[in-house]
Design a protein. Structure first.
Length: 223
């Protein structure tokens, strides 16, 4: 399942958490490790650039955090990020440089690479969002199956990978665009440079450099 491999999805130079990915093959392998990684990395951050704002919470001094935002550790907010009005960060989150976490957006157990935008009414849980990925208003990651069974990643070639995870939202590669009010079902993997139509319900693996219109209509982007 080449599309879903870290090496094909992410620019590791665009996250403070690059070390966490380097020994892994697939991005969801980092999900159980985020909390401990933040607790390890946080105390090593340059105190001239980052301040400790609570238990296991480190925020870059040049980041913008609105007074109404809620921050719970373990958490790292990197340089020039913007945490807007009533954002709800529940912990186990790494927010990349120049990333926007918007109005009433909720984060939990996530890594957002640099320049990610989740700016309007998004829920992002148990997920990894690559460099410059963007989730349109109201789009969410659904991170638990309705029957509560463990998540299996499936692609169009009938290949399957058992993740061993009960909670798994979505893996978005670099430069992914998710249309407004879309639902990314548990175990969704979207290859880099792909676009998801608004109002989509997505599951499985979406190839890189493609446009997802619906499950039966996925076309390659024209170069």
């Amino acid at each position: 399942m080449e599309t879903a491999k870290i090496i094909n999805m992410y620019s590791l130079s665009e996250t403070i958490a690059s070390e966490l990915f380097e020994s892994k093959e697939y991005p969801w392998e980092v999900l159980p490790l985020i909390s401990d990684y933040i607790k390890k990395l946080g105390p090593t951050l340059d105190p001239d650039k980052y301040e400790k704002r609570g238990e296991d919470i480190w925020v870059a001094k040049n980041a913008t955090v609105y007074d109404s935002a809620y921050l719970h550790g373990p958490l790292i907010i990197d340089e020039e990020a913007e945490i807007r009005h009533c954002a709800f960060i529940r912990g186990n989150a790494i927010v990349g440089k120049k990333t926007v976490v918007g109005n009433s957006t909720e984060l939990k157990n996530v890594i957002l690479f640099n320049n990610v935008q989740v700016p309007h009414y998004n829920y992002v849980g148990d997920s990894v969002l690559g460099y410059k990925s963007h989730m349109g208003a109201g789009s969410i990651t659904s991170n638990v199956k309705s029957d509560k069974t463990l998540v299996v990643v499936k692609d169009g070639n009938k290949e399957e990978i058992a993740t061993g995870l009960k909670k798994f939202g979505a893996m978005l590669g670099d430069n992914v665009e998710v249309g407004c009010s879309s639902v990314l079902n548990p175990g969704t993997v979207i290859g880099c440079d792909s676009n998801i139509y608004p109002l989509s319900s997505v599951r499985g693996v979406v190839p890189a450099h493609s446009i997802y219109k619906n499950k039966d209509d996925i076309v390659e982007k024209k170069q």
